[in-house]
Design a protein around this ligand. Structure first.
Ligand SMILES: *Cc1c(COP(=O)(O)O)cnc(C)c1O
Length: 346
């Protein structure tokens, strides 16, 4: 899926991504009230509180607050892998496909992409074949990176356990891009730490479904996070009074985690409504709805929606509709009414 296009006219309903939310008044108040200090000097109590809160919630020794999920993943990969190491990763994974090739460009880490199955998993047989022998011809296979949710889908827990056990058995480290780990936990009705279990490091986003304006947290063992702190500084992610941003993340975790179930329910409603329209093939899990349009109608339908102030992500005949904090059940109903009107009289 492409990245969301910029809005060109008045926007009534924005289903492009769960990153488009704006901080609520209560979140802004929490940001204003946060005690702060210089975090590069280790002085910011609110950043420290957020890092400890996430470490506890996800079952790790320590956390590192960083500006973005892209930087969080990159730091994780750079701590696990040295120059000339390689990591096993899905062809559709965000770290591989949507982060500018940062692991290769900045980390001198060779990606070994593996085709994702429809459920987002990487088949064990393919992974086994991709691991290189210890031989000067090859990069050193060092890490397995997974993503959960991936394309809105929750990876099967039994698969995650099996494949992380396999990786550890070979001496590989494991990293989870858990940008939407929260959605996986809420959809599976398990604790966030259960989704993180089996991984040596996890990256989570605060600025997706949780609704904070900025920020991600990288989790791992204490010495892993200590090493990550050095890369964060080098990559330009050392921030000063960033407690103001961390306060938004804490507020989001305390108020917006359980309510992700509402986003999932709204996405299911949306999918159910869209399925009734002619020429649409609809798939839905968690807070994402993927729509395939018949080639003849794709352009007209997408343009019509945008003209009505209803934004979705679209490339060619594929659309992605994402539910979030700023689109409630009423917005879903209104969006479906707009979409339905397109077919009336045709
Ligand atoms: C958004 C996202 C990221 C990157 O987060 P940014 O804060 O946008 O850099 C990483 N992984 C996944 C799966 C994401 O959806």
């Amino acid at each position: 899926m492409s990245y969301p296009q910029a809005a060109s006219g008045p926007v009534l309903y924005d289903f492009r991504s769960d990153t488009v939310t704006r901080p609520s008044d209560a979140m802004r108040a929490a940001m204003v009230a946060a005690p702060v200090g210089d975090d590069v000097w280790g002085d910011d109590p609110t950043v420290q509180r957020l890092e400890a809160y996430c470490a506890e919630l996800l079952g790790f020794e320590a956390g590192l607050f960083v500006p973005s999920g892209t930087q969080s993943n990159l730091i994780g990969l750079m701590v696990h892998c040295q120059r000339g190491d390689e990591y096993l990763v899905g062809q559709d994974a965000h770290t591989y496909k949507y982060e500018g090739g940062g692991a290769a460009v900045l980390g001198s880490i060779q990606p070994q992409p593996i085709e994702n199955l429809a459920d987002g998993s990487l088949p064990l047989e393919r992974l086994k074949r991709a691991v290189k022998p210890d031989d000067a011809h090859f990069a050193r296979t060092r890490l397995l990176a997974l993503e959960n949710t991936i394309g809105g889908k929750v990876l099967p827990a039994s698969y995650v356990r099996m494949v992380t056990d396999w990786a550890h058995g070979l001496g590989l480290a494991t990293h989870l891009d858990g940008a939407r780990l929260w959605n996986a936990a809420v959809a599976s009705q398990v604790a966030p730490a259960d989704i993180a279990s089996g991984f040596d490091s996890v990256s989570v986003c605060l600025s997706k479904g949780l609704g904070a304006p900025v920020g991600s947290v990288l989790l791992g063992k204490r010495d892993f996070i200590q090493a990550g702190r050095r890369w964060r500084k080098m990559l330009g992610g050392g921030m000063r009074q960033s407690g103001m941003l961390a306060a938004a993340g804490l507020h989001a975790l305390e108020h917006n985690l359980a309510r992700l179930a509402d986003d999932h329910a709204n996405a299911a409603l949306l999918a159910e409504g869209l399925r009734k329209l002619p020429g649409l093939t609809v798939e839905n899990q968690t807070n994402m709805v993927f729509v395939q349009l018949e080639p003849g109608m794709a352009q007209g339908f997408s343009t019509y929606l945008a003209e009505q102030g209803l934004l979705v992500s679209s490339v060619g005949t594929a659309q992605r509709w994402v539910t979030h904090l700023d689109v409630d059940a009423q917005a879903v109903a209104a969006a479906l009414a707009i979409a339905t009107r397109y077919f009336e009289g045709r």
